[in-house]
Design a binder for this molecule. Structure first.
Ligand code: I6G
Length: 680
């Protein structure tokens, strides 16, 4: 931060406001921060201090002025200067082609440039600027007038309080969409669930709810973003001839525009753009429900005009809907590998998000309570991307009279053992363990799955038959099947050839890897990644099996809960026996004795912990480099830690390392340290 103390206070304030608005523009509009967050925070604090001492010098465009007081009369309805229109929709290519033909005919040319951009699933708003200053923000409302939500929209950092130009138009109304990015939406709902508050059905509803808060302080906490899509009205400004160029100007003046916006030629360009966006739709960090095409020439837009309440020069080509309504026919209970009993809604099949959905998980008892769902209810199903379909809402107005509540079973629906709910957990479990055939089947399916022992030809259906015919009840039994060929011949669709193939794959799977073996055991919360970390941390199975919780939590990404699950698993006699049987059956992997090669590495024997944010390498890159150099990387600081690498904003790990008097390296020291090992 520049030392400003010698300048007059008003100049200091003006400079700080300009600096902060420049930082904010780079961060929120250009996605390209120019200073670390800490520098922004320092300047903001300095400005706040000056403003507290000299309130008469507060600038309207100061970032401190974003969160104001509650409007005294709630939301007042105000007419739009020009109506906020809606868009015609095209649900297939044929309608888009018709649109292009209509436009071509009216303009008497087929050489048309279209401006294309994703249609964000948010809320349209209109922002009025007078002489470059934001004076009002209105919702679309009925298109003719909308609600005044100025105090709320001012809290959005992507909305400029003043335009970034010295020659603003006298009046300009910018139209755009306010949306909530997916990550922010998920965080907001996760916090709501933690607090027992109502969750939002989708990002759009979350954005709407956040904008309709009576207290702007609440809106200020919500992750909302504005993306501008047009100049709705302008007075005393330069006439522009291209819609695309007008958006580039809006971008320079401080508005975020969609970076995926493109100008294309003719209908072919439009169709290509649709295919391109459809392919990446699920990877975007926000929901979109289609593509908007606009004739780029403003002159042509004027010639085309409007019909009813939609422009003739624009159209929205919609994607398949990600939300649909259907009815729950039944709710069944499934028993998983760890005994977790999951309610599953059987649905009247419905086409949503590009596939036909007939089942949706209801997760657990709490979720049923939260949704207030009953059998026979009409519900909204959401399937966004490849995420499993979710029931997001019950349509209460359509609740049928023959609907009934779901009763969670007190006995396992498969083995009739009692169910239990561990305090503090939402999941209800069957207590039958491997005596429950459902748990047995699931444990075996997991054991042979692709990321575990990867036994080719041993699919789910075959496992189910093997368990039902009592040919296999524990993983080690799979390796005894070679002595049961006659029994195998009795199975559906099993001939001599397929049996030989199966037995060959089983033999081949005996040669495995340590990480696959750990994963195959199905220890609670130990997924593929954790299994890999455990395999690289512990040299032998014996070492892993005898590790206590203190040692386990020092492994990267193993927290106390996972450490407890691992410990409990290896302490259980039945699990130790299963492991012995597997080893006796001939399961092997290459153990990593401390090879001469790894002993030679410069950091062999050292344990590092990496924390805080780094700017030159990311944390994973640092960890990988340390491992390459022979070190172990741990997730927690203990007396065994050789050194803590502490980036910016390092928190409790740094405090702990300091209290234990451990060596600590900051990022500059780390870079110098790593550069000593370039030869490795
Ligand atoms: O509702 C809308 C969303 C996005 C729009 C729109 C848009 O452009 C990307 N453009 C216009 C012209 C209108 N509504 C009326």
């Amino acid at each position: 931060m520049i030392d400003q103390s010698i300048k007059p206070v008003n100049e200091q304030i003006i400079e700080l406001v300009k600096l902060l608005n420049d930082y904010s523009y780079a961060y929120h509009i250009k996605d390209s921060p120019i200073v670390p967050d800490a520098e922004y925070d320092r300047c903001y604090k300095a400005l706040q201090e000056l403003e507290t001492k000299h309130p008469e010098l507060i600038q309207k465009s100061s970032p401190t002025q974003r969160v104001g007081e509650k409007p005294s009369y709630g939301f007042v309805t105000v007419p739009h200067t020009l109506p906020m229109l809606s868009l015609d929709n095209a649900f297939n290519d044929a309608s888009l082609i018709d649109f292009n033909e209509r436009v071509s005919k009216l303009l008497s040319t087929s050489h048309i440039d279209y401006c294309c951009e994703p249609k964000l699933d948010g809320l349209a708003i209109s922002l009025r600027y007078e002489f470059g200053r934001l004076v009002r923000g209105l919702t679309r409302g009925d298109g003719l007038s909308g609600e005044d939500i100025t105090s709320n929209i001012k809290t959005l950092k992507s909305i400029p309080l003043t335009l970034r130009t010295d020659t603003p138009p006298e009046v300009m109304e910018v139209r755009g969409e306010i949306y909530m990015p997916t990550e922010g939406f998920e965080r907001l709902n996760a916090t709501a669930i933690e607090k027992g508050d109502k969750v939002f059905v989708n990002p759009r509803n979350a954005a709407a709810g956040s904008l309709r808060q009576l207290d702007p302080k609440v809106t200020a906490t919500r992750p909302l973003v504005l993306c501008a899509y047009s100049i709705g009205y302008i007075e005393g400004g330069e006439e522009l001839d291209s819609h695309f160029d007008s958006l580039a100007i809006l971008n320079n003046w401080g508005f975020r525009i969609n970076p995926l916006m493109e100008k294309v030629q003719g209908i072919e360009g439009c169709i290509e753009y649709y295919a391109k966006l459809e392919a990446i739709r699920n990877e975007l960090s926000y929901d979109i429900d289609g593509i908007v095409y606009k004739v780029d020439s403003i002159e042509s837009q004027k010639r085309l005009g409007f019909v009813a309440r939609a422009p003739r020069w624009a159209i929205a080509r919609k994607f398949p809907a990600q939300e649909e309504m259907t009815q729950i026919e039944e709710i069944d209970f499934q028993v998983g590998r760890t005994g977790a009993i999951t309610p599953v809604a059987r649905l009247k099949p419905v086409f949503v998000g590009g596939v036909t959905v007939s089942n949706a998980t209801l997760h657990n008892k709490d979720e049923i309570t939260r949704l207030g769902v009953k059998v026979k209810d009409f519900v909204i199903i959401r399937r966004a991307g490849d995420v499993i379909p979710q029931i997001v809402q019950v349509v209460e107005d359509r609740r049928p009279e023959d609907g009934y509540s779901v009763i969670f079973p007190e006995q396992c629906p498969v083995c009739s053992s009692d169910t239990e709910q561990v305090s503090g957990e939402a999941t209800i479990r069957c207590t039958g363990g491997l005596a429950c055939s459902a748990q047995r089947k699931e444990a075996l399916k997991h054991f042979v799955s692709r990321k575990a022992l990867d036994i080719d030809g041993l699919g789910d259906k075959l496992i189910e038959q093997l368990v039902e015919m009592e040919l296999v009840s524990s993983p080690a039994d799979i390796f005894l099947l070679k002595d049961k060929k006659l029994d195998l011949l009795k199975l559906e669709r099993m001939g001599k050839k397929s049996i030989d193939n199966l037995l060959n794959s089983i033999e081949a799977a005996k040669n495995t890897q340590f990480n696959r073996f750990i994963y195959s055991l199905g220890i609670r919360e130990v997924g593929e990644a954790t299994a890999r970390t455990l395999a690289s941390y512990f040299k032998t199975l014996a070492e892993l099996m005898s590790a206590n919780e203190e040692v386990l939590v020092s492994v990267e990404d193993v927290g106390p809960i996972v450490a407890r699950h691992i410990r409990v698993f290896f302490q259980q006699e039945s699990n130790r026996e299963t492991i012995n049987l597997l080893l006796n059956a001939g399961l092997v992997w290459e153990e990593k004795p401390e090879s001469d090669e790894s002993l030679d590495l410069p950091l062999t024997g050292k344990i590092y912990v990496v924390t805080g944010s780094l700017s030159q390498m990311n944390r994973d890159e640092v960890k990988n480099r340390l491992i390459q150099l022979g070190a172990k990387v741990s997730g927690s600081v203990s007396s065994k830690t050789s050194c803590l690498i502490a980036g910016e904003k390092a928190g409790s790990k740094l405090t702990k390392a300091q209290s234990l008097n451990l060596p600590i390296m900051d990022e500059t020291e780390l870079m110098a340290f790593l550069s000593d090992f370039e030869a490795y």
